[in-house]
Design a protein around this ligand. Structure first.
Ligand code: MF3
Ligand code: CO
Length: 267
């Protein structure tokens, strides 16, 4: 039944998932355990983050807590990435380097993007944190970005298409006057840090990969207050900024396609 449905979709010209990214119950159980650490780490950061803290402290907490729970921070040494976590402040879009020189101040919005390996299984999620009083403009950007993820999530169900999700995210962002970063997207995750499919938000309903039970991927749109264009710091080839210097926000969840809909594995 399952294989037949996939074969039929393929015949009709749709993109279908390779077998290798469809997880079985055992794998899903192991991935859930990894996710538990990721959630606990971000919950703890949520408690600890404050004005005057530097982002190297966040990196240290993430490293220590992940390891104390038996995990390994997945970003560390990933393609040469030099830290345990990404901390992206204000106009930083993603992959911000934690640093003792980046001291959080009132009015900042910060994305903390944590990823864990436990027994070889990967989890990945990120949250926004607002430091002290932030401007109504930044607050709205953070809120709308979160809504985009929720609206995308509503579209995750078996035998739908990733484009259903992508268009929901895209439309909500643009209806609110924001843009969505095009070059960087979500991804399959679980057995590896980054697996197929690549998950963009410029897709259209009915397009992109067929969603089938057992698939796990992230929804992690980056919304910009100004233009969508990004700038990658040539000094390290990692840190991503908005080209126009206006703020950017991102939330990331990891979602499993189930028989009846979806299950959020971490956030
Ligand atoms: N957690 C990021 C993601 O959502 C990955 C960051 S790449 C790293 O895919 F090398 F910085 F870890
Ligand atoms: Co991710």
């Amino acid at each position: 039944m399952f294989d037949e449905k996939i074969a039929r979709a393929k015949e009709q010209g749709h993109i279908v998932p390779p077998r290798s990214i469809i997880k079985n119950e055992e794998q899903i159980a192991a991935i859930r355990k990894s996710c538990k650490i990721n959630i606990a780490v971000l919950d703890y950061i949520e408690e600890q983050i404050h004005e005057g803290m530097n982002t190297a402290e966040i990196d240290q907490i993430v490293g220590e807590m992940t390891r104390s729970m038996g995990g390994i921070p997945a970003p560390l040494h990933y393609k040469g990435y030099p830290y345990n976590v990404c901390t992206s402040v204000n106009e930083q879009v993603c992959h911000g380097f934690p640093s003792k020189d980046v001291i959080l101040k009132a009015g900042d919005i910060v994305n903390v993007d944590a990823s864990t390996i436990l027994d070889g299984y990967f989890s990945d999620s990120s949250r926004m944190f607002c430091i002290g009083e932030i401007s109504p403009e930044k607050k709205r950007l953070v809120e709308v970005t979160r809504e985009c993820v929720q609206m995308g999530l509503r579209e995750v169900k078996p035998w739908g298409f990733l484009g259903d999700m992508g268009q929901a995210v895209h439309d909500h962002a643009y209806e609110n006057g924001y843009t969505v970063v095009r070059e960087i997207g979500g991804h399959g995750v679980g057995l590896k840090f980054h697996e197929e499919p690549w998950v963009g938000y410029n897709s259209r309903r009915g397009e992109e990969m067929l969603m089938v039970p057992g698939m796990i991927f992230t929804i992690e749109p980056m919304l910009n207050m100004g233009k969508a264009d990004i700038y990658i710091d040539p000094k390290n080839d990692w840190e991503v900024y908005t080209k126009d210097g206006l703020p950017s926000a991102q939330w990331e969840i990891m979602v499993l396609v189930t028989e009846s809909g979806s299950e959020v594995l971490c956030w």
